[in-house]
Design a protein around this ligand. Structure first.
Ligand SMILES: Nc1nc2c(ncn2[C@@H]2O[C@H](COP(=O)(O)OP(=O)(O)OP(=O)(O)O)[C@@H](O)[C@H]2O)c(=O)[nH]1
Ligand SMILES: [Mg+2]
Length: 399
């Protein structure tokens, strides 16, 4: 599904236009998401518009010791539950033709109109489910009844729910996946409208020329549906809080995530486009830090683990000053396994971050105890190992 030789989509506004033109439509929301950080100085950015609106009511906390709760300030909405109801089908008509010339004409009752569908539509202009945050009900129109002279009733109005690419819709009761939207303009009938009933004209037979029976319209269907956004990226960063994930993203791409020395600086995913050799590039997602027990809901982990389900490669980051790098890596791996064992089928790279804190001797010593897997010591501050890291990631993405 992933294009292996995507052109460079780095950084500034000009490149954005070029990249947006070349990159397949599926990447557009990803681009917009990543570029919203890249363009964060530009007040025209839609994301900053949202931010500006929300800060009117509540100034964001700037004190690093009191990070805000994610739900308090975030306009990154990746989960909504909506009650949906399709339209009822209109009833078929039971009618007999009457005219001066033909006072005892045959049945001519028309069919009822179809009830409106609830349709989910992919829209690359949206990059979160924010616009659906306060949508509690979506109800389609009912079809109208058929009438005399074989006139079919009008169809009920269809209702469209526009969603960002990467949205998965599930039934709230059965938890079954109903549809997955990955391309712009893609449409799925989530809840079909009831069929219109047939008029009595359909029921005449050679032996029963004047049936009075006409079919009623089909009833509507209703239920709660869950809309979940799983962002699309090639590489997902996985690490404990403070591992240096956001710093790495800010160094490798034009994204400008918040960076600070306290845990849970990142409260919502950030995306960036990493330029690689020969004008190629890949998308990297920085998600909030994971802690032990994340798969059971501790920290912010569970809420955001879904965002690595779609990544093709996972980059584990463990800081060099961690007490036990191998143990920390195993904890992270175990959390992912508990959440969804399929996550372990993805390509993996381990980056020991903040390598500038180590001298050469320590690096050699540490390397010996680490798991046998694609491994690199990196420092976002001194840029050590970043080229090797990109090579390793590119190889894994294309394997
Ligand atoms: N010495 C050193 N410090 C680093 C490096 N990369 C990041 N840091 C520091 O580590 C701290 C945490 O960095 P972040 O990038 O915010 O860490 P994070 O993994 O995104 O943290 P959360 O968002 O809380 O999950 C900051 O104080 C950074 O300056 C590095 O390569 N070397
Ligand atoms: Mg962060």
């Amino acid at each position: 599904m992933w294009s292996k030789s995507r052109p460079s989509g780095s950084c500034g506004t000009l490149e954005f236009e070029i990249t947006n033109y070349i990159i397949p439509i599926i990447y557009q929301p990803v681009l917009i998401l990543s570029l919203h950080s890249a363009l964060s100085n530009n007040n025209q950015s839609p994301s900053t518009k949202h931010k500006a609106q929300s800060t009117k009511h509540k100034a964001p906390s700037t004190n690093p010791s009191t990070p805000q709760h994610p739900m308090a300030s975030s306009n990154f909405v990746d989960y909504v539950k909506i009650y949906v109801r399709s339209g009822k089908g209109g009833g078929g008509s039971s009618h007999f033709h009457r005219s001066k010339a033909n006072p005892r004409g045959g049945p001519d009752g028309g069919d009822g109109g179809r009830g409106g569908h609830i349709i989910v539509r992919g829209d690359s202009q949206h990059w979160t489910l924010l616009h659906l945050r306060y949508t509690k009900h979506v109800i389609a129109g009912d079809g109208t009844s058929g009438s005399a002279s074989l006139r079919t009733g009008a169809e009920g109005d269809d209702k469209y729910i526009d969603v960002p690419l990467g949205t998965v819709v599930r039934d709230a009761e059965t938890n079954e996946i109903e549809c997955e939207v990955t391309t712009h303009g893609e449409e799925h009938i989530l809840v079909p409208g009831g069929r219109g009933g047939q008029g009595n004209d359909h029921f005449k037979t050679p032996t029963h020329q004047a049936p009075k029976y006409a079919q009623p319209g089909e009833p509507c269907q209703e239920g709660y549906k869950i809309f979940e956004l799983k962002i699309l990226a090639d590489v997902g960063l996985v690490g404990f809080p403070n591992a240096g994930k956001s710093t790495l993203l800010s160094v490798l791409s034009a994204a400008k995530p918040e960076i600070a020395s306290y845990a849970f600086t990142t409260l919502r995913p950030n995306l960036g486009i990493v330029s690689y050799r020969d004008g190629r590039s890949f998308v990297m997602a920085d998600i909030p830090g994971i802690i032990e027990g994340a798969s059971e809901g501790k920290g912010l982990g569970l809420r955001f683990l879904r965002h690595i389900e779609r990544n093709s490669v996972l980059l584990f980051m463990v800081p060099a000053d961690s007490k036990d790098i191998k143990k920390e890596y195993k904890i992270l791996l175990n959390e992912l396994k508990q959440y969804n064992p399929e996550l372990l089928d993805k390509g993996r790279v381990l980056a020991v971050s903040k390598a500038d804190l180590l001298d050469e001797e320590m690096t050699i010593l540490l390397k010996k105890g680490l798991p046998k897997m694609p491994l690199v010591f990196i420092s976002s501050h001194t840029q050590v190992g970043l080229t090797t890291l990109k090579d390793l990631l590119w190889k894994q993405i294309n394997d």
